[in-house]
Design a binder for this molecule. Structure first.
Ligand SMILES: CC1=C(CCC(=O)O)c2cc3nc(cc4[nH]c(cc5[nH]c(cc1n2)c(C)c5CCC(=O)O)c(CCC(=O)O)c4C)C(CCC(=O)O)=C3C
Ligand SMILES: [Fe+2]
Length: 376
């Protein structure tokens, strides 16, 4: 099988040399291993998924998310019900507002002069509109902090595409951009997750606390998407495994853990990463386990897929099985995580050699499917 990096690239060609590849590669970013030019007017953009703000938004939002993706209608209707359960409002928007407020306060406290903007892929405020605003405000260059810590088409590549689309839509003179690297192994992200795991463990009854099974969760993705994640493929699973290991090393040294998947979508005929968290709970109970702690290290905030699929579904599964259950929080607005955002920008401004994710190769994480239409 060809490596993901070989797809579409001529021998010796760098992805940023071919303008036709720009949409898959940050829209032609400047090389990331140079310090920021002094005096350049810069901003930070928090780039997220977006979510509905009320019942009437739910279906149009889901159609935005799944356009051209082959997600069965029944799945959409089921997910719509999850949103309607919460009044049609996704918690992700308030969580992003809280993160932005915390980042602004942290930057101010550290004496870093950097305006913060917000844009989403799938719902207002859209990234395209944020780009126009930044251009109007005279911003020349944007550091993009995506609310996903990992490689994959969903968590990395699509955010690159969002940036390229927004830049193209706002015309010549629009600010240039670079996506900050994957931060699954950033000490502040690990610290935030480790504190949450320790708190969840502490919430369990004394008699099961030391033996409870630790279970990391992340969004399942199609096997084909996992195979091309990162320059060598399978980076999504590898990064999750590395992050979960560091979280456990910090919160519960020496204990073992499992990494399993949640929120599977798509038609049943298409294979996605397994096992599903609910099946895994059944297997654990059958093997005689008495307690579990889930820690959703694959997500950065307690958005709908965390509170529905874990706090409702997985908790219910555990109750049926007689397993004591605790669910750890996500990084959210933990001060160590908030400081990580500042640190990622500082590294980039200094021109520190990037980690994976800053300038992913053009074909990295690329899954062939219809391009999303540009919003007009
Ligand atoms: C890896 C990954 C992350 C983590 C990284 C990242 O953050 O990007 C993530 C996050 C999120 N996913 C979210 C919501 C949804 N994801 C869907 C569909 C899909 N997710 C996928 C993967 C991921 N998703 C995939 C492969 C699909 C199939 C369609 C496709 O190939 O693209 C659908 C359609 C219905 C369904 O099929 O479930 C919805 C509504 C929300 C917002 C929740 C809220 O509102 O609070 C968030 C943060
Ligand atoms: Fe998703």
């Amino acid at each position: 099988m060809p490596r993901a990096t070989d797809v579409d690239l001529h021998p010796g060609q760098r992805p940023d040399e071919d303008p036709s590849l720009a949409v898959r590669n940050n829209g032609g970013v400047p090389p990331s291993d140079r310090p920021a030019p002094p005096g350049r007017r810069e901003a930070l953009l928090v780039l997220s998924f977006g979510g509905p703000e009320g019942p009437d938004d739910v279906m149009p939002f889901l159609e935005n998310v799944t356009r051209g993706r082959g997600i069965p209608r029944e799945r959409l209707e089921a997910v719509a019900e999850h949103y309607h359960h919460f009044g049609g409002v996704s918690p992700i928007n308030d969580q992003n507002k809280a993160l932005i407020a915390a980042v602004e306060a942290d930057l101010a406290a550290a004496g870093v002069d950097l305006p913060v903007y917000w844009g989403n892929r799938n719902w207002a405020p859209y990234v395209e509109d944020a780009w126009v605003q930044m251009a109007d405000d005279g911003i020349e260059h944007v550091y993009v902090f995506a609310t996903s810590a990992y490689a994959s088409a969903s968590g990395c590549r699509q955010y690159h595409e969002d940036v390229a689309r927004a830049r193209a839509a706002s015309g010549p003179g629009a600010p240039t951009a670079e996506k900050l690297p994957h931060y699954f192994d950033a000490p502040g992200f690990v610290r935030a997750n480790a504190d949450a795991l320790a708190a969840a463990l502490a919430s369990l009854p004394d008699d099961v606390r030391d033996t409870a099974r630790l279970v990391a969760t992340a969004h399942s993705i199609p096997d084909t998407m996992a195979a091309v994640a990162g320059p060598e493929g399978h980076a999504y699973e590898a990064e999750l495994m590395a992050a979960a290991q560091q979280v456990v090393d910090a919160a519960a040294p020496g204990r073992s853990f499992d990494l399993v998947w949640q929120s599977r979508s798509g038609p049943p005929s298409v294979p996605w990463l397994e096992p599903d968290v609910n099946d895994h709970l059944r297997a654990l109970a059958a093997a005689g386990e008495r307690a579990v702690v889930l820690f959703p290290v694959g997500f950065v905030s307690d958005h709908l897929e965390v509170i529905w699929d874990l706090d409702n579904e997985a908790r219910e599964t555990a109750a049926e099985l007689g397993l004591a259950f605790a669910r750890a929080g996500t990084a959210g607005t933990h001060p160590a995580f908030v400081a990580t955002v500042r640190e990622l920008v500082r590294e980039r401004r200094a021109g520190t050699v990037p980690r994976l994710g800053t300038n992913c190769p053009a074909a990295c994480c690329f899954v062939a499917r219809p391009a999303r239409p540009t919003r007009s």
